[in-house]
Design a protein around this ligand. Sequence first.
Ligand code: SF4
Length: 352
Amino acid sequence: MDNFDLSILKWYRQNKRNLPWRNTNNPYFIWLSEIILQQTRVDQGMDYYLKFINNFPTIQHLANADEQTILSNWQGLGYYSRARNLHATAKEITFNHNGNFPNKYEEILKLKGIGPYTAAAISSFSFNLVHPVVDGNVFRVLTRIFDIDTPIDTSEGIKLIYNIANKLIPTNEPGEYNQAIMEFGAIHCTPSQPNCNNCIFSNQCKAKINGTILHRPIKSKKTVVKKRYFHYLDISNKVDTILHKRTDEDIWKHLFEFPLIEKNQNDDLQLIKNQLEKKFNQQILSIPTAQKHVLSHQHIFTYFWQIKLNNSVLETLNETDSFIVVHKDEIIKYPLPRVITKYLENINKIDN
Ligand code: SF4
């Protein structure tokens, strides 16, 4: 397509949102913003970005922070492995690259937690290198404009889009062009309500001409969603409660939670209540209702069982090694999954 880059750059300069990570070419800031934006929408991501650059103004600050502090700053974003990778990469750059972010695409790609998309974003936005970014927005824009029906979750589809993206990217302003095509997908050629009637490509867009817009892009596989049932034991006396650190290769690794009983199926709650009452020799006043927490490949149903004790809370558990006694007021100082903070917010509302 002729002058695709010039058209989209012109559109971008007239329509772009003013976002803080666009006013810098500091690779550390750009890297932070890209990792955060893989997790959340721009409006929520902005708060996290500002918090991170305020609390960790340089990559050395991030490298020297302890993991728990970083996880606490990341709390609420999910995919905590990304926060741990941020930390590992900050250390790698600080201690093995003299604190200088690598300035070559291949070197950036070697860093932990950085894939082809993020490497292209950092190398083009910070160093003006000619590498096209291909994220969900770009897949959508290109499959529509060229009406591509090859599934984008196949190696053939990915190769095809990368070939097109490589041909379209200009050599003089690759960073701004990359920003432009992503922004066009984010605010104009959106998934369900693209603004086709007022589009710079309305006469050239093949999906518009062929009436296939809402069928582009195509994916071949359906995401398999696993259901998990988490029964949390909120065991407390007047002052203390118990937390446990997740250490397995699973969601929320290194975050803290209440003692957990995980079930694979939706068991009879009355039966669980009876078992817990017997184990703790306590009457449980109410059966909790499930809260659903949606992750990309998992639906987690959480139940919080309140077990109020008079004696020391730890005496109630056999394997004390992996549990810690925490003063109730101190819980929020620990990095916690969103399901736990939500529960705490709710019970505080009820208690207040
Ligand atoms: S015409 Fe519609 S589908 Fe095509 S690029 Fe424009 S907004 Fe997207």
